[in-house]
Design a protein. Sequence first.
Length: 582
Amino acid sequence: MMASLLLLTPLWPLLLILITWLGRWTGYSLQPYSLLWLTAPLPGLLLALLSDGDPANTHLKLDWLLLGSLWWLDEVRQVFLLLTSLLWLLAGVYARGYMKASGSFALLWLLTLSGNLLLIVAEDVASFYLGFALMTFCGYGLVIHSRSDEALSAGRVYIILAVLGEGLMLAGLLGTASQAAAPQMSQLGSVLASAEQPGWLLTCLLLGFGVKAGLPFLHVWLPLAHPVAPTPASAVLSGAMIKAGLLGWWLTLPLGVASLPQAGQLLTAAGLLGALGAAVIGVMQHRAKSVLAYSSISQMGMMTALLGAGLADHHLWPLLVPALLLFVAHHGLNKGCLFLAIGIVERQNPLPRPLLWLLLLLPALALTGVLGSGLMTKWEAKSGLYELHYTHLIVWLTLAAGGTGLLMLRYLWLLQQQLQQTSEKQPLSPWMLSSWLLLLPLGLLVPWWLPLPDQAHLLWPDWQNFMQLALPLPIACLLGVIFWWLTTRHFTGWSQRAIPAGDLLGIYCWLLCRIQAPWASIRQGFITLQQALLNHLQRLQKLGGWLQQITDREVLLRREAALIFTFLLVVLAGVFLFGSTG
């Protein structure tokens, strides 16, 4: 049974596409967002719920596929698969009430889902890359679904960085797999640990997966893609697909095998930069989706910092594994819930306003780390760091948590402005409301149902530690009040000078123009040289015409040589006869 579910996990969405295609010939066509369409993530969800996380019991070998495929499910992949399947399922239910009948979106949704699930269960490098590429490039269609100028512009940035990331990732995977005994993901970390010069391989893997994970300087696609994508697509982009970069690092880096202090410290620094920088830029945004996009960059920065600490010290890694797995599921579900809430606010809402605000506050407080899964995640991570005396990292993560609090305040403020709009709104679909209400408690209660490794020891913090964990929230509230007072009393025009979504993209475009400027003169020089050569060739063509005329006349002379020779003999004979007579 496990093998069958493992096979159906990535293939069932593709079979639904095949059913749709065959329906055109049989007269029964699968309608977009139908009940059968909603079942696409169910095999993966059942597999994650029924599996014991042991690859010996949950594996599938397909010798006929690609270079010989091997799929399995271990404890890490089980958590990623459970989060991904659950979020895609509820976002699909939400899409049934949110989206208009669009066959292209429904098709791309299934293709992207299939790729996302395949990269999770794939153990061989070829299948992993196939799933990653399928998810990435089909996700482009979800981003540009509206076909607006803004969506197409965001899609252009998305696809450029996607191609860059795919190229770097492929180079790192092939370079590492070529030195492994078998091209399997679980062996790549050992290769990097034993390699004499792993620098370029590490660089390719860190940057290649970093594009998807929102690593600083490679993150600019996220705040551009989320606002233009449909709300259910934004939820899976930020909640599930972005985690593919983290999973790629998890499977390929020598975590728990060897310590790489320089690479680990660099990754930790990059993560903290993303966590703090995204919070600063995010509070300046004017759209709720943009705020959540920067929040995702900030949260992924915290995960990156923890993973970097484990890469720098392999003794720390076993203590961080449960915390990171809990962090992945907690962030994915609560962030998905926050994205779906935007669509709830945009519609006519039957819920009483106080109840609606309570439901909006719960995932925001959880993401800040003072409630439910957020509190348990923060305490689990800091317990491991305290045990090995990583107090400096705890301080930086606490500051990042304060930044998350500011982002949630900004998000709720923007939702309040949307609620105050008096323009006519569409009615709220029961499919949207039911999926959101189901996702909300699942995100809050992650620690109590998520299958974590045996070394996880989830304990509720005592009162003193709870106050320390909750300290960033009142600080964030105080800073939020100060920010509001300054911007309403002294800096009323701050919004015109705020950093726009995409932040560094403007600098990248400016640098590209500066780089292109000297190349433009060189290109103009080549064009001038080309024109000169063309003119020279035209003159040679005229000379060729003259030579051809001479050649034609020479041929004529050769053809009439006998007649001319005879004529000359007659002339000479006449001359001799005339001379002898005279």
